[in-house]
Design a protein. Structure first.
Length: 242
């Protein structure tokens, strides 16, 4: 099975290496995307660079917010489909690595705006079979998607409270409207960057306020266990049963 990871604004494809290694160690193909101009920096094989250009200066009104974020997240969702298209093309070669990927068993996982991306991509591409959102930013998810709900299994893991109440109001509405198994898991004592590798580097992350109070080893084990259990359930057990 294949798992695709989408980073947040200003993030990078390596930011959740711990979870990707955990998935790979259990037999998944783990593939992470750099969303060019949304990532902190993207380095291409030919030496070209794409720096971060996706921020917004000052406070945006409602129209400006949607004019910025909808094209942005739709482009990121297209990145996901582009990757799947190219894997399909590569499978026509004699490369055994690409041929080993089962495109009938594909999961997506994202952090922050990558969580937004995972939901939007799941609504647009029927090749995705399971979706995990790590403390995702729900506000930029369009109302039409919220009202339609998730059509594939969905797991949200996040901190107790966002700066805006709307984030979890939209999440709860999405889950209520969903037609597939959907769960919201809140981890007490966590902050936004706890859902990346940041708190695992050293204790400085907690001292500067980036990480919450949940012990790093407990956080790592909880995320790895829940992520693996979710994908094992819906990409392995359910698919075999069907």
């Amino acid at each position: 099975p294949l798992i695709i990871f989408s980073h947040g604004l200003g993030g990078m494809r390596m930011q959740n290496t711990i979870q990707m290694e955990a998935l790979a160690s259990e037999g998944y193909i783990a593939l992470a995307i750099d969303h060019a101009y949304d990532a902190n920096i993207t380095l291409f094989d030919d030496g070209d660079e794409a720096d971060f250009r996706s921020g917004a200066e000052g406070e945006l009104n409602t129209r400006e917010f949607w004019e910025l974020r909808i094209p942005q997240v739709n482009t990121r969702a297209e990145d996901v489909s582009f990757v799947l298209d190219n894997i399909g093309t590569l499978q026509e070669t004699e490369d055994s690595f690409w041929q080993s990927i089962d495109l009938d068993r594909v999961g997506i996982m994202g952090h922050s705006f990558g969580g937004t991306t995972s939901i939007v991509a799941s609504s647009k591409d029927d090749r995705l079979d399971g979706c995990i959102n790590l403390d995702g930013w729900m506000v930029p998810v369009e109302s039409s998607i919220i009202q339609s709900g998730m059509k594939i299994p969905f797991l949200f893991i996040g901190r107790p409270q966002w700066d805006t109440e709307l984030n979890y109001l939209k999440l709860d509405s999405l889950i209520a409207a969903s037609h597939a198994p959907s769960e919201k898991l809140i981890l007490p004592g966590t902050k936004h960057f706890d859902y990346s590798d940041s708190p695992q580097f050293n204790s400085l992350a907690r001292k500067v306020g980036v990480a919450g109070k949940m012990p790093a080893h407990a956080l790592r084990d909880t995320l790895n266990t829940r992520i693996l259990h979710f994908f094992d359930t819906y990409l392995v057990v359910d698919k075999i049963a069907k």
